[in-house]
Write a protein that binds this ligand. Structure first.
Ligand SMILES: [Zn+2]
Length: 511
């Protein structure tokens, strides 16, 4: 029997960032590799992490809430979620809500940039279904990734939206704690939170929400947001989303959600003011993107010294839905290696099997990588490779990005060619953690060059040990150049698909 007077709160997370340009949907097996956690498993698995779920659980324990935790799906970006996987996650969540009995509050952790094969707005869909089940009076606070393409439906279903405030994201848990604190105030009747959403006329903005540099558009936007909260006690939360641009959906692009105590025009005006800031700063990208050949030239020009040079390929980043098997950067490293060069990683299950069949120390001839879409970031590399060692591909993040989370490359091999050590894996993974090279016996601090596939998240772990960090663009499917993609569903006009003056006129922005 539920204890009288003890609040009952449902906690759940379904996190997926979908690159809608990726050719293959992410099947259920993709999520199973990362783990799908139900009921008691949720506290068991996430209690030791620094995720938003860990924040929910800690706040719930502190407040003495009774919790129901029907499902938690960790984030592993890829192509669109398969319909079959979504049906399972959705049913688990909604059955959890139905079976929970009377609820006093809901904390959901969603990404906001999920797309399912046949549902362009799954986050909005599940949030509105939960809302329909709990009714209008039970408060629901939803945490988001700031690379969220927030839909009107999602904003309408939530009483408050709050996104991480760092990129690389290192404040998942703090975001969970903040959401729980807001829920607590709402359940106590101290505030009646209402989301006021402003949507821009651009596909990207807020410098992709980067906070890795001491100065930049996102840091300035966050400062304005905090000032709005300080100066008006009616502001519950100002949440800034830079959007996730590799998503051909109507709602693609940045949004600002101002949660106010009640509905009021001044909250909407605050949200619009920050979206205007995003427009004015739209060209301000703090990470210059260069071609692979230029990145190699720059790397060779870096003065000698301790620590590796880190080159990241933005164009084939698994964290942005890249296939993880593009070869343009690997080819450039092989053509002109630096001493102690390492490449992480190429996803090529057939190459892994062939290397494992040949055995350690064998020489194998492989057609490595580039099989998924050779036109995006380079086709297979035909060469002889020495097999150095095998690994089961499992690692635990040491952080600062998602410490405690378990990752899985699947069966993997370390090869060498022309003095370059190359990690070849079964599954594609973003490279974000120093444990990822270490499981192959590679000490990242002692490398001369580490070439990786990642957009920005690697900076949290790799920048502190790096002699230099260089970002390049191989032309893969997570490329930053939107105008080369074919767009069908994005609302128009929108920058940069449409000219800035056309968009400004349609938006009513004074020049
Ligand atoms: Zn993100």
């Amino acid at each position: 029997m539920p204890e009288a007077g003890v609040p009952h709160v449902l906690l759940a997370s379904i996190l997926h960032e979908a690159n809608s340009f990726a050719r293959t949907p992410a099947p259920l097996a993709h999520f199973q590799r990362q783990g799908i956690f139900r009921n008691a498993e949720v506290a068991e698995r996430f209690g030791r992490t620094r995720t938003e779920m860990a924040g929910f659980l800690e706040a719930a324990a502190e407040a003495g809430w009774r919790v129901t935790t029907p499902i938690a799906v960790p984030c592993a970006p890829a192509g669109p979620m398969s319909s079959a996987a979504f049906a399972i996650f959705r049913a688990a969540l909604l059955d959890g809500v139905r079976g929970a009995g009377p609820l006093d509050g809901v904390l959901l952790s969603l990404h906001g940039a999920n797309v399912v094969e046949d549902e362009p707005d799954p986050d909005g869909a599940v949030a509105s279904e939960v809302r329909a089940l709990i009714g209008p009076d039970v408060p629901m606070v939803i945490t988001l990734d700031p690379h969220s393409n927030v839909s009107d439906r999602l904003a309408a279903a939530a009483d408050c939206l709050t996104a991480y405030r760092t990129h690389p994201h290192t404040d998942h848990k703090e975001t969970g704690l903040r959401a729980a604190a807001i829920l607590r105030r709402a359940m106590a009747g101290e505030v009646r939170p209402v989301v006021h959403l402003a949507r821009g006329h651009q596909m990207r903005g807020f410098d992709s929400c980067r906070t890795s540099l001491p100065e930049g558009p996102m840091r300035r936007a966050l400062a304005i947001a905090r000032e709005m909260e300080r100066s008006d006690p009616g502001v519950v939360e100002v949440s800034i989303q830079s959007g996730f641009v590799l998503s051909d959906v109507w709602r693609v692009g940045p949004t600002v959600a101002v949660t106010g105590d009640g509905r009021d025009g001044r909250f909407q005006a605050m949200a619009e003011r920050l979206m205007r800031f995003a427009w004015d700063e739209r060209e301000n990208d703090t990470v210059p993107m260069i071609a692979v050949a230029d990145a190699m030239r720059q790397a060779h020009a870096v003065p000698a010294g301790p620590g590796p040079i880190v080159i990241s390929d933005f164009g084939d980043a698994p964290g942005g839905g890249g296939y993880g098997d593009a070869t343009a950067l690997l080819r450039a490293v092989l053509d002109d290696p630096l001493p102690a060069s390492v490449f992480l990683s190429i996803a090529d299950p057939a190459a892994v099997r062939a290397a494992m069949a040949a055995g350690e120390q064998a020489i194998v001839r492989l057609s490595l990588g580039g099989h998924t879409a050779p036109q995006h970031g380079g086709g297979p590399i035909e060469a002889e490779f020495k097999v150095l060692r095998f690994s089961d591909g499992r690692f635990t993040h040491e952080g600062p990005y998602t410490p405690g989370m378990i990752g899985n490359f699947g069966p993997s091999v370390l090869l060498s060619c022309r003095g370059v050590r190359i990690v070849v894996t079964t599954f594609q993974r973003n490279i974000v953690d120093l444990q990822q090279p270490r499981i192959f016996g590679i000490e990242p601090e002692s490398c001369g060059l580490i070439a990786i596939k990642c957009m920005d998240a690697f900076r949290a772990a790799f920048a502190p040990i790096a002699r230099a960090v260089i970002a390049c663009e191989s032309g893969g499917v997570s490329s930053r150049v939107q105008t080369t993609l074919t767009w069908q569903h994005a609302r128009r006009p929108i920058w940069p698909l449409d000219a800035a003056d056309v968009v400004a006129k349609a938006a009513g922005y004074a020049p």
